[in-house]
Design a protein around this ligand. Structure first.
Ligand SMILES: Cc1cc2nc3c(=O)[nH]c(=O)nc-3n(C[C@H](O)[C@H](O)[C@H](O)COP(=O)(O)OP(=O)(O)OC[C@H]3O[C@@H](n4cnc5c(N)ncnc54)[C@H](O)[C@@H]3O)c2cc1C
Length: 240
């Protein structure tokens, strides 16, 4: 759907072994690093950590806080960034602020970029409001909204030409301008974010972000992703 994109910038290379080592140090008499040649392999470590930390609601999540993944999220609407940025425990962000950038808004005004490359509008279709009342977003309405975005870009361009700073002129553009950001999280904090933002009543675009994050998470910590899929995914099991 749409232009949304999530790519991996970096990730802990042996995450399940890392979790295993942290868990093992909880009860090992010795210094676990000395035993590193005897640690089970990445796949076996995945099975061991599920059995001893997560299975049956054990809830021993601490060791899952060590491996980190760094993701580049792109072309999401500003509202999605706002929602995701509310997660602050074990998650860190660097987000485009539009204080230093804005040339793509001028590019839209000048016809060098498509409006939809820079602004997000929902697809055509049937929606419902928070009270369950249904309505349709029609082709004609969407076209009007595209023109609204274009008009705002022209005003932005005019103000920049008059000497305004980007920080000042950004207040004139529509709310759901597309934004890119870098997010880092650990295995535990990323699962918590998925708990809250992949629920069926979460905002549509936040759910789409989770869909784009998921293959990276699954490829990185497959045993934990399988456990998550069976026990938590979209089940609205919320943290206290
Ligand atoms: C459906 C939905 C609607 C929402 N609507 C709004 C809204 O209208 N306006 C708005 O501002 N926000 C809104 N939020 C954001 C929400 O209030 C949380 O800020 C957000 O979901 C972050 O999750 P978290 O608190 O679990 O934080 P995380 O940073 O993900 O924290 C992880 C966990 O750490 C613990 N923790 C974190 N911070 C604290 C703390 N300060 N004190 C004690 N324990 C802490 C909690 O157990 C928490 O669950 C909404 C969220 C959802 C899912």
């Amino acid at each position: 759907m749409d232009r949304f994109k999530v790519e991996v910038v970096a990730q802990t290379p042996n995450p399940q072994q890392t979790i295993y080592a942290a868990m093992h140090q909880d009860y090992a008499e010795g210094f676990v690093w000395h035993e590193r040649d005897r640690w089970p392999d990445e796949t076996e470590c995945g099975d061991i950590v599920i059995k001893h930390l997560l299975k049956g609601g054990r809830g021993h999540y601490g060791p899952l806080e060590h491996p980190q993944i760094v993701l580049n999220c792109g072309w999401f609407p500003h509202s999605t960034m706002q929602q995701i940025r509310t997660h602050r425990v074990g998650v860190s962000f660097d987000v485009q602020s539009f204080r230093y950038t804005g040339s793509r808004i001028i590019d839209v005004a000048a016809g060098r970029q498509a409006v939809e490359e820079v602004f997000y509008l929902r697809p055509l279709g049937l929606y419902s409001d928070r009270q369950g009342k249904r309505y349709e977003y029609t082709k004609a309405q969407r076209q009007e909204d595209l023109e609204w975005c274009l008009t705002a870009c022209r005003r932005y361009q005019e103000r920049i030409q008059q000497g305004f700073s980007e920080e000042h002129a950004r207040g004139l553009i529509p709310f759901d301008v597309r934004q890119h950001w870098v997010l880092s999280a650990n295995v535990r904090s990323l699962m918590h974010l998925l708990d809250l933002r992949w629920k069926t009543d979460a905002q549509l675009e936040a759910q789409k972000l989770c869909e784009h994050i998921w293959p990276h998470f699954k490829g990185w910590v497959p045993a934990i992703a399988n456990w998550y899929e069976e026990n938590r995914l979209k089940k609205a099991r919320l943290a206290p």
